[in-house]
Write a protein that binds this ligand. Sequence first.
Ligand code: NDP
Ligand code: ZN
Length: 378
Amino acid sequence: TTVNYPEEFKGFAISDPSEWSNPKLTSYVPKTLSPKDVDIEIECCGVCASELAVLKNKWSTGPLRCLSSSYGPKTQCVGHEIVGKVVKLGEEVTEFKLGQRVGLGAHAYACNECSRCKEGNDQYCTKAVGTYSGVYPDGYVSQGGYASHVRANESAVFPIPDALESHLVAPLQCGGLTVYSPLKRGIEDVLSKGIKPAVGVIGIGGLGHMAIMIAKALGAEVIAISRSTSKKEDAIKMGADGFIATGSAEQWEEENADKFHLLLNCASSATELPLDRLLKTLKVNRKFISVGLPDIREKFEVSPFTFLQSGSTIGSSLLGSKAEAIELFELAAKHQFKPWVETIPISEAGVSEALTRLSDGDVRYRFTLTGFNEFFGT
Ligand code: NDP
Ligand code: ZN
């Protein structure tokens, strides 16, 4: 399996945010191989809105991070819903073997030694390195999965069960996991009392549509909350028990007052997010958790009096742990839920189409780039 192993990886990358919708095919050296690194020959990769934020440089007030990489490319390749085959192993890797199908989400490294890692919160490891645009201790800026290969630490690599198809499990690794973790943590106290929790999922895009299916599989009643009614039929097909269009004339917050045990916000912007009204639908002492990460200049605006009415809490959540990823794969296999994926063969045109359409909201509901082995000749 290492016969065709390349010195350099190939990937689609930009060097300036103005090129966000047109990454070009480039070659670059991978980071230095550490004893616990795994090299994955990529088969397919999902397309997450976080990629748009990094390519457009919406989460930073400085230049693209890759420009300060100490060695390797000064260009940025993104992609963090990766599925592929192990083609090279560092000498201390114990968890994976050559030829095995594996996956990688939004982190490529966790230390496995700090208290956060040991307590099952490796997604919050203070030494974690992002799969792309993350900085390794030696100064290399990580490169993502719109590429022939990716190098990652075994601590972040996921084993993938045979029951799940590559192009469908791909988006579970960032988008799916990011909603699974706060859903599970946000309703387990209710489930343990034998009560069926009510969950409101806000923003029915890639993450939101998976949140509907995952919350159902966890045993919740799920209401899809979107800006308009255009996704209502789809949301019901995904399993939603009800639908709220926040932009409608109805007094939906009165009708749903004291309804939800958890509100999970998956919207990529706060410009059309009626937070004050949404918080009125929470039960007493429950949470509004935002996984959606808007432009760094956007703020949540909410009056303290809104919190007061139901003693509610507002917070956030980052990705999920590796153990939770494995649980999620098991849940998907058991409940047979499948993300709604449109596949696009990888090429410069394909990457451009996926990014442009995602940016335009023209996706129902996740893209997976496919055909990597054909394109890269791997
Ligand atoms: P999508 O673009 O697929 O979905 C985003 C959804 O947000 C849209 O479908 C839309 O839902 C809603 N939306 C869009 N524009 C606005 C607006 N101006 N105001 C209010 N709502 C809006 O994105 P993804 O699902 O891929 O990602 C969602 C968010 O989650 C992104 O911000 C992403 O960066 C973030 N993310 C966070 C992670 C974490 O660890 N916390 C990990 C992964 C992603 P509708 O039409 O139903 O209103
Ligand atoms: Zn993502």
